[in-house]
Ligand binder design. Sequence first.
Ligand code: NAP
Length: 227
Amino acid sequence: MTETILILGGTKEAATLAAELVRDHPDWRVVTSLAGRTREPKPVAGEVRIGGFGGAEGLADYMRAQQVTRLIDATHPFATAISQNAKRAAQQAGVRLETRMRPPWRREPDDNWIEVASLEEARDAIPAGACALLALGRQHIAPFTDRADVHFIVRMVDPPETPLAVPDHDLVIGLPGAAAGEEAALLTKHRVTHIVCRNSGGSGAYAKIEAARALGLPVIMVNRQET
Ligand code: NAP
């Protein structure tokens, strides 16, 4: 049977899945949906559509109009709004939903993690005078603006369009380093004392965790919330 697959993407895993489906099922229509947050997204196999749907109803309408037969939620574990929309839309449109969620990272014996439940708790866990790497993405920086007693290293994929509100910071533009050595060099160069990140799981952003372990640095880890 010919299928029309809609992958909710924006992750490395979603792109890998699209490539596999296109390769293994040349007669299927494989569409990957991106939110449009990244200015120059990496190429994805099959079709790509970009931008929000307009809530669960909009997603359900899109699936009906495009005669989608399977919906695969392969979004980032912290992209909770779209995952909730996917559940509701799949029910509304009567489309089968599969969820491909990366497992979270597990703490290793040599890890020094301070586990917190929110970005606000992460902010409060940074000691005064620290130099903290915010490995969070630009839309998650706002909670840290009132920590004038901390020097921040803010890493983001694209340069910010407006100046960042965090008072004392240096910007590092680019993707996370792929190797622990590369991340360790960055941490050492900027004299980072703490890393703030979310427990995203997956391999793409894990090198900083390995680097922190090697350097004995604390990681303020924002855990996932149940959705
Ligand atoms: P979110 O908070 O769950 O979603 C907010 C809104 O953005 C959704 O209601 C939806 O708008 C739109 N949206 C999100 N993902 C979409 C997709 N794949 N295709 C079309 N519209 C989408 O999502 P987010 O945390 O901003 O993440 C946005 C995208 O970036 C996701 O695709 C995610 O996989 C990727 N990403 C996120 C993170 C992260 O840290 N959150 C990290 C890496 C990659 P409408 O309601 O209008 O449909």
